[in-house]
Design a protein. Structure first.
Length: 245
């Protein structure tokens, strides 16, 4: 998305706010513009900051999340709502407030990713066309400082994002681009690339070995590369399924 999604995080527990903000930071489409520790402050900051979306706790003293959601409907610019709570009992009421999603604590990274995807689709400008997947380019054009490199996708081993720079790695050389990882992934559609981590995209044709690491995560070894890549536990199941096709 060209424009960032402005986010306000609301929770009366500081640790919960900090955890959610930490989990949201890797998403390039997300811009955290503020936080609030009460329902009253949430309404005030929504008026001041005009966020696109509010991640809203339900159980808060004085003014709870449902009351906040009802108050926000009176605003000229009504933000989208994603409820974030430790209690599953309010889900039905939450969707009566047209919530985009209902996340349960402790947060599951995969569910959070799904929520962000739904949010991006909801907030996408109507004039923004869907990327075309009908044609598969034979080359990936990567613009450097003084020249353009035309890469064969079959030669690309993996792609990763670091310090707001996307790096495209071949066996002997690496290239840098200002494209986001998501944009590179879109351009490589139709080729055997799979996301193994929020920041890594791998060419499955180069996968040599997958070994358990810790906490459900795995390490991936590629033919021709000494370094091992970390596979997030949220992507392990999908990766194994792709490798076994």
């Amino acid at each position: 998305m060209k424009n960032s999604i402005k986010v306000l995080v609301v929770d009366d527990e500081r640790f919960s706010r900090e955890e959610l903000i930490y989990l949201l930071k890797p998403y390039e489409s997300i811009q955290i513009i503020g936080e609030a520790d009460s329902g009253d402050e949430a309404v005030m900051k929504a008026i001041q900051l005009q966020p696109d979306v509010i991640f809203l706790d339900v159980e808060m003293p004085k003014m709870n999340g449902m009351e906040v959601a009802a108050s926000l409907k009176e605003l000229k610019k009504v933000p989208a709502i994603i409820f974030a709570t430790a209690y599953p009992d309010f889900a039905v009421e939450a969707f009566r407030h047209e919530a985009v999603d209902y996340l349960l604590k402790p947060y599951d990274e995969e569910q959070l990713g799904d929520a962000i995807t739904r949010l991006e689709k909801k907030l996408k400008p109507p004039h923004e066309p869907e990327p075309s997947s009908k044609t598969k380019p034979s080359k990936l054009a990567v613009e450097g400082d003084e020249e353009i490199h035309y890469l064969d996708p079959a030669d690309i081993m993996y792609v990763y994002r670091e310090d707001r720079i996307t790096k495209i790695v071949e066996k002997e050389k690496a290239y840098e681009t200002k494209w986001t990882l998501k944009e590179v992934e879109q351009r490589l559609k139709g080729f055997p690339f799979f996301r193994i981590h929020k920041s890594y995209l791998v060419n499955l044709d180069y996968v040599d070995r997958l070994t358990p690491w810790f906490n459900g995560a795995y390490q991936l070894e590629l033919r021709g590369k000494k370094e091992k890549l970390s596979v997030s536990r949220n992507y392990v199941k999908g990766l194994r399924k792709q490798l076994e096709l």
